[in-house]
Design a protein around this ligand. Sequence first.
Ligand SMILES: NC(=O)c1ccc[n+]([C@@H]2O[C@H](COP(=O)([O-])OP(=O)(O)OC[C@H]3O[C@@H](n4cnc5c(N)ncnc54)[C@H](O)[C@@H]3O)[C@@H](O)[C@H]2O)c1
Length: 329
Amino acid sequence: MHSILIIGCGSIGERHLRCFQKTGRSTVSVCDANARLLEEVSRRYNAPAFGTLNEAMLAQRFDAWVICTPAHTHLSIARDGAAQGAALLIEKPLSVTLEGVEETREAIAKSGRFTAVAYVYHCFPWLVAAREFLQDGTYGRPLHVSVVAGQHFPTFRPAYRDIYYARHESGGGAIQDAITHIINAVEWLVGPVTRLFCDAAHQQLEGVTVEDTVNITARHGSLLASYAMTQFQAANEAIFEIHCEQGSVKIESHAQRWATMKLGGTEWTWHATKPLERDDLFIAQANAFLDGMEGKDCGLCTFDEAVQTLRCNRAALDSCATGLPILLS
Ligand SMILES: NC(=O)c1ccc[n+]([C@@H]2O[C@H](COP(=O)([O-])OP(=O)(O)OC[C@H]3O[C@@H](n4cnc5c(N)ncnc54)[C@H](O)[C@@H]3O)[C@@H](O)[C@H]2O)c1
């Protein structure tokens, strides 16, 4: 059994707690600065609780830390975890600026422990299957990607005004909180963004001023990509189209399916995957992380891949602020 410490047991921390417990491969403790929440979550899941990280560190050495606090705190907590010799699963986005990235990379290298970033799309079977198909090269080189995605965020996160989402400094807004998942997934499918232009605005969400709507046009090397997202729309959807030299691949993430169409074809051939609940994806991620800790291949987002996506988040915010395209490499 692996001993796991979940730091921050808010919305996603509670899910990680539940899903790590469900792996049957770990004992899970929780830490949160909010005493009332900590007490309630700890009681509900019968998990040992710590009000501060110091308390947790004094009590025992954990095999892994799962960092589920707001993004601006991720890197300093990660360095503390590395110094304790813990493996690290860090929630997305990795951080809100590049400050502290190098120190954290060094601390992780020194600890020698497995580290991953919880961009959970890496555990979506329909994305994994489409990625394998693209990498097999059956349709040749990918040349263009378009993604249209969004949801009615207030329906899924009614407390959005009162959490980290309300401010860029704590990882809020559609760029750092939502489209970052999509960009990371596309980088995983076709390689890193090398240049981007971003236009974004606050269009509708009440009680916040951060952007809820984003358009990005990007290059991933010679591949062209366009991304569109709103967080006020009725439909909860994410549709990816990847057009290659000899055919196209489509992923409907909300429908848990992907499709192919060879050049000359007229209809999509759909490939369904086993229907999954949201927790199933996080149980898969928890199991993949435990696999990684045990030295097995796991496919989770690496620290360096998350740094690259963090650079995209920053570039998107900077492009939006200046009205200029940003070169990433
Ligand atoms: N992968 C996903 O699908 C997904 C979904 C939601 C959130 N997230 C990410 O997870 C992170 C947390 O999001 P959330 O929605 O759970 O936020 P949240 O506000 O619901 O919970 C954060 C918790 O961290 C606690 N906390 C803050 N600083 C702390 C510290 N120093 N020590 C101990 N506890 C501390 C707070 O008291 C709070 O309970 C963010 O980075 C967010 O982007 C990822």
